[in-house]
Unconditional design. Sequence first.
Length: 170
Amino acid sequence: MAKSKYETHVSPYLGKIENWARKGATAKEIAGKLRIAYSTFRKYLDLGGQGDGRYAALAEAFTQACEEPDDNVEAALYKRACGFEYVETRREQKLDRAGNVVELVTTTNKVVPPDPTSAMFWLTNRRPGTWKYSPEEKDPDGDEGSGIVLLPPVMEDAAPPEPEGGGAVG
């Protein structure tokens, strides 16, 4: 009996699949690297996710590999939405009057202000009942809506809100 595409094109490469997913490759890109149809790869992932033991290892590897980069991006989005501070260190080498190489180290405190676009994106996805973007087909008056929902004012002196769940992002 002939081997399935899973046995020949997918199963031997589970480690590579996990590595590609961890580096941000999509399921479609991974299917292309494996030289199988995207629909076939999705079928294996879906069946494995539904408990089919033949494909469980693939579904588990792919899911776990995608979580780490997704968590990192989520944390970066939150950090950018709230603003942050960091220390920039610059190192230069110069010659002194005696001809000796001297290393000069300069540190500067930098501030990245909160980004309103990141904050809006975060809030529209995390609290859609309060913060939503809802393009309107037409106003009751018959005018087309602008699609813009007015947001409450941002207090400049206010500290950024603490994340829900005791500081953990997610």
